[in-house]
Design a protein. Sequence first.
Length: 201
Amino acid sequence: MSAMKTKAVVFDWDGVLYDSAAIYASHFNTVLARYGKTTYALPEWQELVGPTAEESFRRAGFEDTDIPEAKRQFITLTRGAPRPTVFKDTHDMLRWLKHRDITAYIVSAHPMIDIAIELAKNDLLEFAAAIQGGASPQDKIAFLQNLVRDGRYSVKADELVFVDDMDTVLEAASSVGCYRVASARGYCSYERLRRARPDQV
């Protein structure tokens, strides 16, 4: 897809614009160790991790009754140090899109206020036309569908790029007809992303 044709890009946050995978994998392992579960090196974790924290803990062998507390502990750890930072190329990427009048959106499971704070801290808040935080995988697909169906946005499916790092979300986005780019520096391994058959990895 050429930049001349692209009108909008929808980014996930974690693992796409925000370098959080390694730190959050470490926090996940801390919780696993507290429960006496097997811990994982980053490449193994990238094969295990699911589209939600609940699914990730389920895949790691947690009983459904233990998952809410495990998730609470994980979230508490993510609020502490060390804190992730935006990827070094996030600045250049968002500015490049703005310079070419390509609208950037961020849709993520990450809390919206945290995304806005990180963008503001890095002088990037003006480059995101909208931020939707707390988004489930289904919310992400609904956001893409609304962009191409709602006449206010004037974006056709073949003018829309979606960038995510979760295989199941990229697979689901194929129903929208947009150009799907897999970020291989985030939560899923390169092999998992390839199996999702995006347009580009």
